[in-house]
Design a protein around this ligand. Structure first.
Ligand code: ADP
Ligand code: MG
Length: 681
């Protein structure tokens, strides 16, 4: 393997910048793949733009003005035959204003963002043109993931050198009979420096065989890593935990209902795992409201009764707090000490919690990510339960695993309400065994879901107000385009103020991710106790929050969320016996695909069906669906897009492990240099 410092222009300083990108050798450099391409040779119609990408646009200046605002800016309306965009400038100078006179035709190149006036380009490059100005004939230019201080041209230059000098030394790590026949070296060349004939559309959808070749190799490497991890886990020692004889019975005796058949079956599977001296690593999937918490509590009974500590972790404060309340209510009467640990807890309370965890006097610990932290040490952790798994990464799971007593690893139970299509589960959770709670507790009435254009928001608002006056409780969920807690919080706040002013007789609450934990908690508590009739919220209420009396949910801009996420959100209602109602407000015009997606929610209440459809419909161009699988650190593969390759990749991974074990390490090194090497611990 050749050090990158053998390349021209790379000294110590550049080398350390490259290291930040995990590039240490020329091979790493060759596998540092473009995240996108720039096409400066094709003019794109303005009605075909996606946020976050750069385009060459051509149009005529329609308007120039200087909107009021904190920072002086110039807004230029540029129009083509299809639509309009705004060019925004904060640095204004004469040469600029000269070229951007009303009626002038210009070509601009820049990244599209969402601004105050819809789609905007900030400080694009500008060229004055006539309708006959020829287009530049240029290759597509690769854009790489980079880091501050390392420009795109420099990165391109280093990669060019690496391609010229080193690409023919690259070993092929997938035996030829297993892939599409495209040679590795050719594939890399095509991807880094596409020829003039290359098709932007094809490349940006990763549909070219060169890309497919690399995607497949990456998926194979990933599968190998999961399979080796699985094999490794299969031989880890964990405490043998006997099935609870008294605690579980006492717990169930307190409840006003009995377990569903599915809860019983899954509980049995868990009890069976815990009896082994090998680590359990089990994923419990169950639709919203299926009753996963209780299954977790029964699992906790086994460990507690055998004298082990149990940790239960949830991804948000609200959810963790709710679990803490439930578990305290269930377990404290049974003589179990339940402790609370969150990142926001400070001072004495924190020190006390840490001490109780370390001494073992806290038998059951409920908390957030804080439980992962290095300074938290458990006296005798036997079982770690993680709720709403999709918010946590594999590494975090591992961090908790390592908190067992010296020489032992706690059993791990992972719960998720996001039904994971089988194909995805294979890749995202290939190292876990899975159980499915495929039955809802009796007495639930299905949620009636309707889709309503945003134009009718006013009517919806009036109706909700009336419903609230009649004693019902409702959620009003605000979402925004960008995945930003701050912006979502602002939107929720604005809606809150608006509705409060309009309906002064209603008791309205607000909850969003930017509020302090105790504020959120007290608002949620008030809502739960029916002191609030309407709760304005962001998607922070998405997971697990349980208010049985709330029966109405409105989701604004529903088209912006992924189907599974919408399904989760709507699962907040319909938890009690009340007939429930969910309105999905969407912004018009909505694409055909967008309509179809929302219609699925109207027609189905089954999270698994919805997840499969979501996967099917979410085309590669779909920008607004949220990532369900989280960032799994793929370089070229994308699970939603490439899931059709997964089964084959899984098969090839098994073959390589069997027939070509010498390829395993170099493959992992090439594609997952950062992943811990479970197999070699
Ligand atoms: P989720 O699977 O979404 O985490 P929860 O565990 O929060 O669901 O359970 C949802 C609601 O259903 C809770 O109010 C819980 O008490 C109730 N529940 C759980 N199991 C049963 C059951 N077997 N019968 C009736 N209600 C149940
Ligand atoms: Mg839950």
């Amino acid at each position: 393997m050749t050090s990158i410092q053998t390349l021209q222009g790379i000294g110590q300083a550049t080398a350390s910048l490259l290291e930040k990108l995990h590039i240490f050798t020329t091979e790493d450099l060759l596998f540092h793949l473009p995240r996108d391409y720039e096409d400066r040779s094709t003019i794109i119609p303005m009605n075909q733009l996606s946020v976050g990408r750069s385009y060459l646009l051509e149009g005529v200046v329609q308007s120039v003005d200087f909107p009021p605002g904190k920072r002086k800016s110039m807004a230029v309306g540029l129009q083509d035959d299809t639509a309009k965009v705004t060019l925004r400038f904060y640095h204004i100078y004469k040469n600029l204003t000269d070229r951007l006179q009303i009626g002038n035709r210009v070509r601009v190149f820049g990244e599209v963002r969402v601004g105050a006036r819809g789609l905007e380009l900030y400080h694009p490059e500008i060229q004055s043109v006539t309708p006959h100005t020829a287009l530049p004939k240029t290759q597509l230019t690769a854009i790489y993931p980079s880091t501050e201080g390392l420009t795109q041209p420099k990165l391109r230059e280093y990669i060019k050198q690496a391609l010229q000098q080193h690409s023919d030394h690259l070993p092929e790590l997938i035996p030829a009979q297993f892939h599409n026949g495209y040679a590795l070296q050719q594939a890399l060349l095509y991807i880094h420096e596409p020829p003039i004939s290359a098709n932007m559309q094809q490349l940006s959808q990763a549909a070219h065989p060169a890309q497919q070749r690399l995607i497949f190799e990456e998926l194979v490497a990933h599968q190998i890593s999961l399979l080796t991890r699985r094999a490794y886990i299969r031989q880890i020692q964990s405490p043998v935990i006997a099935t609870s004889q008294t605690l579980a019975k006492q717990l169930l005796a307190q409840l006003p209902f009995s377990l569903t058949a599915a809860q019983k079956r899954v509980s049995k599977e868990i009890a069976h795992d815990l009896k082994q001296d090998k680590a359990m690593l089990r994923l419990v999937q169950g639709d919203v409201g299926a009753g996963k918490t209780l299954v977790a509590a029964i699992a906790a009974c086994h460990a507690l009764e055998s004298g082990w500590q149990v940790a239960l972790m949830a991804p948000t404060e609200i959810l963790a707090e709710q679990h803490f309340l439930n578990f305290s209510r269930w377990f404290e009467p049974l003589g179990i000490q339940v402790a609370w640990l969150s990142g926001k807890q400070k001072g004495k309370a924190r020190a006390q919690a840490e001490q109780d965890i370390a001494s073992g006097s806290a038998q059951l610990v409920v908390g957030t990510h804080a439980l992962f932290q290095d300074n938290i040490s458990f006296a005798k952790l036997g079982l770690a339960i993680i709720d709403e798994q999709h918010r946590f990464g594999v590494d975090q799971r591992l961090a908790l695993r390592n908190k067992g007593e010296k020489g032992t690893t706690p059993h791990q139970l992972v719960m998720t309400a996001t039904p994971i299509p089988r194909t995805l589960a294979m890749s995202a959770y290939g190292d876990l065994d899975t159980s499915v709670i495929d039955e809802l507790p009796p007495g639930r009435t299905p949620i009636q879901t309707v889709t309503i254009p945003l134009e009718r928001r006013e009517q919806v608002l009036q109706r909700i107000a009336n419903n609230c006056r009649e004693g019902k409780q409702a959620y009003w969920v605000c979402t925004l385009v960008e995945q930003s807690e701050t912006l979502d919080a602002q939107a929720a706040e604005a809606t809150y103020l608006e509705i409060k002013e309009r309906f002064p007789d209603l008791k309205i609450g607000l909850v969003h991710g930017k509020m302090k934990a105790d504020e959120k908690q007290s608002v949620m508590q008030a809502f739960k106790q029916n002191e609030l009739q309407l709760l304005i919220a962001t998607t922070v209420i998405e997971v697990g929050v349980d208010v049985p009396n709330a029966s109405i949910m409105i989701i604004e801009n529903a088209e912006r969320l992924g189907l599974s996420q919408l399904h989760q959100l709507r699962g907040r209602v319909g938890r009690g016996a009340l007939a429930s109602f969910c309105a999905l407000l969407y912004k018009t015009p909505l694409s055909q695909n967008g309509y179809e997606r929302l219609a699925i929610l109207r027609e189905s209440n089954d999270g698994f069906v919805i997840a499969e459809k979501d996967l099917e419909l979410r085309g590669p161009g779909e920008l607004l669906g949220t990532k369900q699988t989280g960032d799994m650190g793929f370089r070229v593969a994308q699970l939603e897009r490439d899931n059709h390759l997964l089964a084959q990749a899984h098969h090839v991974a098994e073959q390589i492990l069997k027939q070509y074990p010498e390829l395993v390490e170099p493959l992992l090194k090439r594609w997952l240099p950062e992943a811990p090497r479970y197999a070699y611990i």
